[in-house]
Design a protein around this ligand. Structure first.
Ligand code: PEP
Length: 249
């Protein structure tokens, strides 16, 4: 945790669920959202954003998307813009997730343009960074993450950063607590050097196989201001158990 920063537990629902299942999952999260020591964010697939945002309206659970196009509109078949997402009730957008970097060859410059577009549309960008297993084994994790931050965050960035080691996503494996704390300290240093006081208070989430069983230990680490949760966010009880593992301020 960072003193004075309210943690955020964010769920990345990825490409899962029918509309009916998304509505049921949203209802499960909404029902347990009161009285937590963390803010909640859920990020359904594009096609479910409107229904989930309507269900969460006034319920204290923010809704985000998982990507947006860098342009506000135009001839970009199959894409969705940040203003469209804002119009549906989204307030956040995940950008630069490793699955998008891998599946869609998204480079840092693309992520940076998307983050700027999101901010211009009034969305809070949640920018993901993280090393591959080969990069970690080569001792390059800090350098990779530092370079990704430099390339992916636009000037004036006022969003959220998520550290997600690629090899920990969906694998059931996590870095050691010491390794998480070390990378988060590095990220904090980069953010503070570039954004000053805003960087000191910027939320830095951990993501990668966070579960109810390991959440308390991870969320208690310095400079870990919440979690970005994939698999466990698809079960409302597990997602809420992670949120309840946030230590009281
Ligand atoms: C993610 O994809 O952002 C993620 C953290 O997934 P998981 O929790 O399933 O590892």
């Amino acid at each position: 945790m960072t003193p004075g920063v309210r943690p955020l537990i964010a769920g990345n629902w990825k490409m899962h669920g029918t509309l009916r299942e998304a509505a049921a999952l949203a209802e499960g999260v909404r029902a347990g959202a009161a009285g937590l020591a963390a803010d909640l964010l859920v990020c359904p697939p594009f096609v479910h954003v409107q229904v989930v945002a309507a269900a969460m309206l006034g319920q204290g659970v923010a809704v985000g998307a998982q990507d947006c196009h860098p342009a506000p509109k135009g001839a970009h078949t199959g894409d969705v813009s940040a203003p469209m997402l804002r119009d549906l009730g989204a307030t956040h957008v995940i950008l630069g997730h490793s699955e998008r970097r891998a599946d869609h060859a998204e480079a840092d410059a693309t992520v940076r343009a998307k983050a700027a577009a999101a901010a211009a549309a009034g969305l809070v960008p949640v920018v993901c960074v993280g090393e591959t297993e080969a990069q970690r084994l080569a001792g390059e994790a800090e350098a990779v993450v530092t370079a990704q931050l430099a390339g992916s965050l636009p000037d004036g960035f006022a969003g959220i950063v998520a550290y997600e080691p690629v090899w920990a996503i969906g694998t059931g494996r996590t870095p050691t607590e010491a390794d998480i704390a070390q990378i988060h300290a590095t990220i904090r240093g980069v953010l503070a050097a570039r954004f000053g006081a805003a960087g000191q208070a910027m939320r830095v989430l951990y993501g990668g196989s966070m579960k109810p069983g390991n959440a308390a230990a991870i969320l208690a680490l310095p400079n870990v201001d919440g979690g970005l949760v994939g698999g466990a966010s698809l079960v409302a009880a597990d997602f809420l158990a992670i949120a309840r593992a946030v230590p009281a301020a």
